[in-house]
Write a protein that binds this ligand. Structure first.
Ligand SMILES: Cc1cc2nc3c(=O)[nH]c(=O)nc-3n(C[C@H](O)[C@H](O)[C@H](O)COP(=O)(O)OP(=O)(O)OC[C@H]3O[C@@H](n4cnc5c(N)ncnc54)[C@H](O)[C@@H]3O)c2cc1C
Length: 297
C-alpha cells in the first residue's frame, strides 16, 4: 500500500493555513498524522492537498487564565501528559492522556487530532466532555466556541466545516471537591483502541455527591452523556458508594441503557454493555474517593 501523491503545504500562521484550506478543493489539515496517514494509506480517504499545522507555534501552547486551562490543539498527548500545569490543575487529564497508544503515538498524535478525527472511541473526548470543555474553531474570517458535547455529530463527523481549524481546547478548572476518573478497556495493555471507555466526574459537598457527569466512549456513534446515571448518583453519600454494590450495579446498568454499541472485530455489543457496566462502577468509586481527597490532604 503506497500513499497517493498529494501537495504538502507547511504554513507558518493560522490565517495562512485557513486560507489554503478554503481555497483547495480536496484539502485536509494534518497535525500528528497518526490517523489521517493510516486512512490515506488504506485508501479510506483521498486528499490532493495536505496542510500541516505543526509549524504554527500558537497551536502548541498550554496555559491557564485563572479559571480555565487552555490547551493548543496541536499539543501532543505526551505534552499534555507531561505538562506540570495539567498535572497540577487537572491530574485526571494527564492520566487519561497516558492511556493513549504508545510513547511513539503520544509523541506525535495531538489532542486536537484526537477530537477532530471524530471517532467514537477517541480517548480524550469522554473526560473533556465530563469536565464541560469547549473548543475554539476558527476560519480566516470567523471564530466560534463550541461546547465539546455538541461538537460530535456522528462517527467521524464533527461540527468543523471546510476552511475551519480547531485552535484550542478550553477546560474550566475544577474545584478541589471535584474528583474525576477515566477508565478504558482495550484488547491489549498498551497501544490499544478503546473497546469501551467511561469517564465519571463527581462534585462533593462534605460527604454528599452534589453533582456528577458520566460520559461513555466507543459504545455509540459519538461519545454520550448518561444523564440518568448521574441522576442516581447525585445526592448519594460518598463514603458509602464503594461499599454499596447494589447501588453501583444500578448506576452501571442505567448507564448501559444510554449506550448503542455495535458488534465489530474488537468485541460484541453484549461484551461492550458488560464493559460499560463494570467500567462505570470502577470510575464512580475512584472519582468519589478523589472528590473528598481535599478533606484528607
Ligand atoms: C497504533 C495506534 C494506536 C492508537 N491508540 C489510540 C488510543 O489508545 N486512543 C485514542 O484515542 N486514539 C488512538 N490512536 C489514534 C490516534 O493516534 C489519535 O486519535 C491521535 O490523537 C490523532 O491525532 P493526530 O494529531 O495524529 O491527528 P491527524 O492524523 O493529524 O488528524 C486526524 C484528523 O483530524 C483532523 N485535524 C487534526 N488536527 C486538526 C485541527 N487542529 N483542526 C481541524 N482538524 C484537524 C485531520 O484533518 C484528520 O481528519 C492510535 C493510533 C495508532 C496508529
Amino acid at each position: 500500500m503506497y500513499l497517493k501523491d498529494f501537495t504538502y503545504h507547511k504554513p507558518q500562521t493560522l490565517i495562512e493555513a485557513c486560507r489554503i484550506l478554503e481555497q483547495c478543493n480536496n484539502g485536509s489539515p494534518i497535525a500528528g498524522g497518526t490517523d489521517i496517514l493510516v486512512e490515506l494509506k488504506k485508501g479510506l480517504r483521498q486528499n490532493e492537498e495536505i496542510v500541516s499545522l505543526m509549524e504554527i507555534k500558537e497551536l502548541k501552547t498550554i496555559n491557564e487564565n485563572g479559571s480555565e486551562l487552555i490547551i493548543g490543539s496541536c499539543a501532543t498527548h505526551n505534552e499534555v501528559l507531561k505538562s506540570s500545569l495539567v498535572k497540577k490543575i487537572i491530574p485526571a487529564l494527564s492520566e487519561a492522556a497516558s492511556k493513549i497508544g504508545t510513547d511513539q503515538i503520544r509523541n506525535t498524535g495531538t489532542i486536537g487530532g484526537n477530537l477532530c478525527t471524530g471517532a467514537s472511541c477517541c480517548d480524550m473526548a469522554p473526560i473533556l466532555i465530563a469536565l464541560n470543555a469547549s473548543v475554539e474553531i476558527v476560519s480566516s474570517t470567523s471564530k466560534r466556541v463550541v461546547s465539546l458535547k455538541d461538537f460530535f455529530i456522528f462517527h467521524k463527523e464533527t461540527s468543523i466545516k471546510k476552511g475551519e481549524l480547531m485552535t484550542k481546547i478550553i477546560v474550566p478548572i475544577p474545584q478541589s471537591n471535584v474528583g474525576t476518573s477515566f477508565e478504558k478497556f482495550g484488547l491489549r495493555e498498551t497501544a490499544s483502541i478503546s473497546v469501551a471507555s467511561v469517564c465519571v466526574s463527581i462534585t462533593s459537598d462534605g460527604n454528599i455527591c452534589t453533582d456528577s457527569s458520566i460520559v461513555i466512549g466507543a459504545v455509540a456513534p459519538t461519545p454520550r452523556m448518561s444523564k440518568k446515571g448521574s441522576e442516581i448518583l447525585n445526592g448519594k453519600k460518598i463514603n458509602e458508594l464503594a461499599k454499596d454494590s447494589a447501588l453501583l450495579k444500578s448506576i452501571g446498568e442505567t448507564v448501559v441503557k444510554d449506550s448503542l454499541p455495535v458488534d465489530d472485530l474488537r468485541g460484541s455489543a453484549e461484551f461492550r454493555r458488560q464493559l460499560v457496566n463494570v467500567l462505570t462502577q470502577r470510575a464512580v468509586v475512584k472519582a468519589a474517593k478523589r472528590s473528598i481527597n481535599y478533606l484528607i490532604e
